[in-house]
Ligand binder design. Structure first.
Ligand SMILES: *[C@@H]1O[C@H](CO)[C@@H](O)[C@H](O)[C@H]1NC(C)=O
Ligand SMILES: *[C@@H]1O[C@H](CO)[C@@H](O)[C@H](O)[C@H]1NC(C)=O
Ligand SMILES: *[C@@H]1O[C@H](CO)[C@@H](O)[C@H](O)[C@H]1NC(C)=O
Ligand SMILES: *[C@@H]1O[C@H](CO)[C@@H](O)[C@H](O)[C@H]1NC(C)=O
Ligand SMILES: *[C@@H]1O[C@H](CO)[C@@H](O)[C@H](O)[C@H]1NC(C)=O
Ligand SMILES: *[C@@H]1O[C@H](CO)[C@@H](O)[C@H](O)[C@H]1NC(C)=O
Ligand SMILES: *[C@@H]1O[C@H](CO)[C@@H](O)[C@H](O)[C@H]1NC(C)=O
Ligand SMILES: *[C@@H]1O[C@H](CO)[C@@H](O)[C@H](O)[C@H]1NC(C)=O
Length: 474
């Protein structure tokens, strides 16, 4: 395992460090990541290569209905469901989901699967409760308020905790953690979908999209590739996949490294001397070794950036459970969410933790992350393949936007509509460039978790994606 690789994994992973009290310290733990198997690109996954366990889902939809969540405000009328879907009955492996139907005309709206990254972080704690779901958890850690920019205004949103070990998802076979990596995550997520669609058969023919961020830049192209392959070659349920979108996506190790160093330098967090030292001495390409000189510059850089919340560099920190006032987003949100999801009545209402899982519930599971078994160096070949598959493909970015821009350059895509500013309420919401079969959108003024920091711009971007029309110029 070379240092560059570990460093770049850590960059996709800041949230874990944030869990540990806002100390950005990407080097304190990385040497433990030793058993990762890395291929250059993503192997073509085929459903012929594994058993897709399908079981009867009769009566389970009704059992998963949530009557009301503790602390839920009045006037929030939409259907919510949550529960477990068994993906391997022999091992006793089950994935947990939360599903919120669209507020208006749900049957006319698409189905969207949302995935957070990590690897090891929860789509319910992150996506649903901190970013784009129907509710935000209040400061008391016990009550909820309505998120008026929730994506359930435009879609039926399905949040999956994946793989097993993340959030409330689990396996009864402890050795499963020895095979937890990109491949297992794709297979289990596919098996989840096949069974979930049996549980909710009215969604089988609905337009289906996958959205997510960060390390889901691995999960989503891999899952999409598996679905498209299986739709053609198997007699499993055809999944009506229409498009995918990935935000601040981790898609290529080399540009994840170069783009992150550039990002900190462009934002004046690092001196020219340190940045020049990194540019001259560090080789982040496939299988390259990191020299001592390179490592020394990276250590210097780390001293400069470690006390800033790297996911949202201008934001205040959450220190001892309190934070400075900010516009809109409370940096201690994650603590409120962890309190809320650990309340026994909340877990009962969610039909979660039915088997006495070791707790507490945490947004990100370090064990999953540090024992990750396999990941490709780059997803760009898979992305190229998906760009030619006829599905809609959007990439959006804010922090660190330079990683995405460097990765897109490597794709050599043909520009169809050149870079232009898009607007919301007479202000620039960000920028757009449309390539052949790929649209890239930036969001202005947002940290890594875009819907947390710029909820209205994020909802506009997501609606545009579902409509298949880039956000509009003035
Ligand atoms: C895991 O084991 C518990 C306790 O035996 C059991 O109740 C549960 O159904 C098992 N989970 C799965 C997915 O088989
Ligand atoms: C984290 O994942 C590991 C490995 O899957 C699992 O054994 C453990 O129970 C999980 N921890 C928590 C707190 O959920
Ligand atoms: C289709 O399904 C049948 C019965 O469920 C099975 O025997 C057959 O192998 C399947 N064919 C393919 C190509 O998966
Ligand atoms: C946070 O709490 C610790 C322990 O109580 C204390 O030593 C420290 O000064 C506090 N930090 C701030 C910034 O208040
Ligand atoms: C599951 O419930 C038990 C109590 O039955 C609790 O101690 C544990 O923390 C919970 N696990 C999670 C992951 O929340
Ligand atoms: C998994 O990660 C934990 C750290 O969270 C570590 O203690 C443990 O040894 C790892 N297990 C394996 C099999 O590497
Ligand atoms: C764009 O997609 C079409 C199919 O929808 C395909 O024929 C074409 O080769 C693709 N172009 C690129 C650059 O991927
Ligand atoms: C992009 O173009 C360069 C130079 O022509 C080439 O080396 C590289 O393989 C291309 N990348 C992709 C993903 O096609």
């Amino acid at each position: 395992m070379n240092v560059a690789l570990v460093f770049s994994i850590q960059l996709g992973l800041f949230i874990l460090v944030q869990c540990a009290r806002n100390q950005f310290d990407p080097f304190s733990k990385f040497l433990k990541v030793q058993h990762l198997k890395q291929t250059y690109d993503s192997p073509d996954l085929m459903t012929e290569d594994f058993v897709v366990h399908k079981s009867s889902q009769d009566g389970l939809k009704a059992a998963d209905k949530i009557s009301r969540l503790p602390g839920q405000p009045r006037g929030s009328e939409f259907n919510q469901y949550s529960g477990y879907v068994t993906v391997d009955p022999n091992h006793g492996r089950a994935l947990f989901y939360y599903f919120a139907e669209a507020t208006n005309n749900s049957p006319t709206k698409p189905l969207v699967l949302w995935l957070n990254g990590g690897p090891g972080c929860s789509s319910i704690g992150g996506g649903a409760m901190m970013e784009l779901g129907p509710f935000r958890v209040n400061k008391d850690g016990e009550t909820l308020s309505i998120n008026k920019y929730s994506w359930i205004k435009v879609a039926n949103m399905l949040f999956l905790e994946s793989p097993a070990g993340v959030g409330f998802s689990y396996s009864n076979t402890s050795s499963d953690s020895k095979t937890t990596g990109d491949t297992q995550t794709a297979k289990d997520s596919y098996t989840f979908l096949i069974n979930w669609l049996e549980r909710f058969p009215e969604y089988k023919t609905r337009d289906f999209y996958i959205a997510g961020e960060s390390y889901a830049g691995h999960y989503i192209p891999q899952l999409a590739q598996l679905i498209l392959q299986s739709n053609q070659n198997n007699n499993h349920t055809v999944i009506n996949l229409k498009g995918i979108t990935i935000g601040n996506a981790y898609i290529d190790d080399e540009t994840q490294s170069t783009g992150s160093h550039d990002f900190w330098w462009y934002r004046s967090m690092v001196s020219d001397e340190i940045h020049d030292g990194i540019v001259k001495n560090c080789d982040f390409s496939w299988k390259a070794d990191v020299s001592k000189t390179c490592q020394a510059y990276i250590d210097e850089e780390n001293k400069m950036v470690r006390d800033i919340f790297a996911y949202d560099i201008y934001a205040p920190l959450c220190i001892n459970g309190t934070s400075a006032e900010t516009a809109g987003f409370d940096p201690c949100s994650q603590e409120y969410i962890e309190s809320y999801l650990n309340i026994p009545q909340v877990q009962n209402s969610l039909h979660a933790n039915l088997t006495g899982l070791p707790g507490p519930w945490q947004d990100c599971n370090d064990t999953v992350y540090y024992n990750w078994t396999d990941q490709p160096f780059t997803l760009l070949p898979t992305i190229k393949q998906l760009m030619g598959s006829g599905i809609r493909f959007w990439i959006y970015s804010s922090v660190p936007v330079t990683t995405t821009k460097h990765a897109l350059k490597k794709l050599n895509a043909t520009i169809k509509t050149p870079w232009y500013p898009w607007y919301l309420n007479a202000e620039v919401g960000g920028y757009v460039v449309v390539y052949e079969n790929l649209t890239f959108v930036t969001v202005r003024g947002a940290g890594h978790f875009i819907p947390s920091y710029q909820p209205d711009r994020a909802l506009t971007l997501f609606s545009s994606f579902l409509d298949g029309k880039p956000p509009v110029s003035m």
